[in-house]
Write a protein that binds this ligand. Sequence first.
Ligand code: PLP
Length: 340
Amino acid sequence: MKFIASLGAGAAVWLSLSLNAASAQDLNVLCAVQVEWCQMMEAVFEEKTGLDVSMERRSTGEILDRVRAERAAPKIDVWWGGTGDTHLQAAGEDLLEPYQPKNFEDTLPWAQNFFLMSGGKAAGIYAGALGFGYNSDFLAEHGVAAPSCWKDLTAPRYKGLVQMPNPNSSGTAYTMLATLVQLLGEDEAFEYLAALAKNIDRFTTSGAAPVQAAARGETGIGISFIHDAVTQKLAGAPMVIVAPCEGTGYEIGAVSIVKGTRNPEAARLFVDFALSPEGQETCAASGQNQIPANAKASLPPAAPDISLIRMVDYDFATFGSPDQRRRLLDRFDKEVLQTA
Ligand code: PLP
């Protein structure tokens, strides 16, 4: 693979560092970013270290459920990617192992704050803003005007033309739920979501699925992270990307080591690599557009400039608490899903 071939001299150091671990161990990683990035990381990390990695893509909430279910006998060593507040929920339930990555000092302040907030159990690896993308051809064919605000999405003209993920499985959708609560207040957010549900044609398991469906012309509007919509646009879809006019929330994507891992040395090696400039640059190399946490990593050329987006002061501590998550998801099930 071209990217692997260009890794250069650092690879030899990594290889020698990891030979002990490589001789006996596999590493089981659950990955919540896009499958293209998961596969790229697996290939590059294996090439660098000689470790045999099992990398499976799952949505963020599904990973939290799996790590919870395996609490007594963990099979997963590393949880890589996915929205940080869900990692914080796992940290709050004592499901994660503390570890400070080697490149921590090179990470940006938002990543360092996130790490401290997790009690040293989850490290920020990327950031990105929430929004939506619409297929301009699809909306033109249906003769409907384009949306630019959250409130537009509840208009009757979009009935059956919007997809969003389900926050029980998707970290993207949990970020959306927490964002709306912070933007509108909790009761108003649930009223808004109940109104929006009337326009939703499908609640998807994964966070990127709605915008991918919009890119294929299967729906008009997909609610997602803006960087996921950018990826679809770059792939040639007639996608218009919207940072909602009222403001929006954002994620800090994270990596963490599962408490009781059977492969701690390999798990730490993976986390170190994930935060290294080379590890961070596998994002752009796989066509993804998140903002890297390591200040020494180069930014994907098409990564959205989140400083230009009106953003809530996202309260990771509150929305990263297990009790809040349970309560908000219960309300979502009762007041949104069951009435849709
Ligand atoms: N895809 C991208 C590009 C992301 O940044 C994230 C969140 O970290 C996800 C997917 C999360 O996926 P899901 O919403 O399915 O949990």
